[in-house]
Design a protein around this ligand. Structure first.
Ligand SMILES: Nc1ncnc2c1ncn2[C@@H]1O[C@H](COP(=O)(O)OP(=O)(O)O)[C@@H](O)[C@H]1O
Ligand SMILES: [Mg+2]
Length: 112
């Protein structure tokens, strides 16, 4: 898979990814999976963990600023990730896996 991003976008998208992976590192029991796919001209990155998942009441609001769980920190990480991904023309979504853990997917256009 060969693609490159403009430097500014690359740094910002790395920050977006770090925020998501940082959450998984915090909440995973044993395992995190990061899956990267090229779908048509989009790069899709999914970060999945085997923790308890995002509380269902939080799930619809989890990308809003200051929304956090009871053991959360600033509640800003995912809001920042969303702002970055959307500014790069992408989308970010969160869901819980059937197996119980959290899955956060970001998808953005690969530069031609
Ligand atoms: N992988 C995850 N597993 C379980 N809960 C999560 C996960 N990622 C995020 N959350 C929940 O979403 C909230 C918001 O996440 P975030 O915006 O990164 O803020 P923060 O990490 O500062 O609390 C967290 O406080 C936590 O309750
Ligand atoms: Mg966080």
């Amino acid at each position: 898979m060969h693609f490159s991003l403009p430097n500014g976008d690359r740094d910002k998208l790395l920050q977006a990814l770090i925020n998501v992976v940082g959450n998984s590192v915090k909440y995973a029991k044993n395992q995190i999976q990061i899956k990267v796919s090229l779908i048509r001209n989009d790069i899709e990155i999914s970060v999945m963990d085997d923790g308890d998942g995002i509380p269902e009441t939080l799930l619809p609001h989890v990308f809003h600023r200051f929304v956090r769980g009871k053991d959360g920190e600033t509640g800003l990480g995912l809001a920042i990730s969303r702002a970055i991904v959307e500014r790069c023309g992408g989308v970010i979504t969160a869901q819980n896996l059937d197996t119980g853990g959290a899955s956060v997917m970001m998808r953005f256009p690969a530069p031609a």
